[in-house]
Design a protein around this ligand. Sequence first.
Ligand code: NAP
Length: 273
Amino acid sequence: MKRAFVIGHPIAHSRSPLIHTHWLQRYAIAGSYEAIDVAPADLGSFLERVRAGEFAGGNVTIPHKEAVFALADSRDELAEEIGAVNTLVNRDGGVFAFNTDYLGFLGNLDQHAPGWDAGLEQAIVLGAGGAARAILVALRARNIPLVHLLNRTIDKAQALAIDLGGRIEAGRLADFGDLATGAGLVVNCTAVGMHGTAFDGLDLGRLPATAVVTDIVYVPLETPLLAAARARGLRAVDGLGMLLHQAVPGFEAWFGTRPEVTAELRALVEATL
Ligand code: NAP
């Protein structure tokens, strides 16, 4: 029986076991997927267990995505560009790592805001952590000419902009109001919004009427940012679709079947939020 996991610290909040267990049942696959709390100091020994064949592979979540990138034995090209990983596969006794947040993000926007990238000149990305890296690379893949990368800690935004290269301009969250008039897309990649937290003074009033606002936080599904966008009549896309779509390649790699993101799966996960 093949085993897979999601590691994080903490990990109890993760919906990934629900998603993968649903697919295991749906496709009648004899396998398991479990949430395992791994402290940062124990990452090295956990990866040894993967190398030893205890698991077919698994997912990596906060705060380990960048640390595991460095600890893995090999990575795909996209993960190298992003500098963070969320999916691991035991390949010939080594840990092969890749990043499916990128695909999840694009799959979700394409599904729920079709045409979002057509003629898009400028985007604003909030946050400069592991998820932001994946999203910046995804926006580059869609040829968005200019991205404003705003973060509470501006040094991190500057470092990330330099690291990734291209037209990424770093700034502070307080710059949002001045940049909003030119932005056709806003992506929240910070932890703000989780459990009812909200940005302080982020005014959506100056965004163009055609702008799309998306949040990758999905607990709650309707974050204060998305509620404010909808109240302004903007297209708002929640982060649950990203979570569902990012899970597809991992499941396929560990269990050999490409699973489908269905309305039934979405409803199942939504009921737990
Ligand atoms: P991370 O690497 O820890 O980065 C966290 C980011 O949030 C940093 O930019 C940090 O700013 C910012 N932040 C945290 N608290 C803040 C506050 N009170 N005010 C302003 N900024 C704050 O985390 P990550 O992996 O990038 O994940 C970020 C969020 O995305 C998490 O909520 C995660 O659950 C969600 N996520 C969702 C999906 C999905 O599939 N939908 C996938 C990946 C991640 P500083 O640099 O100033 O600390």
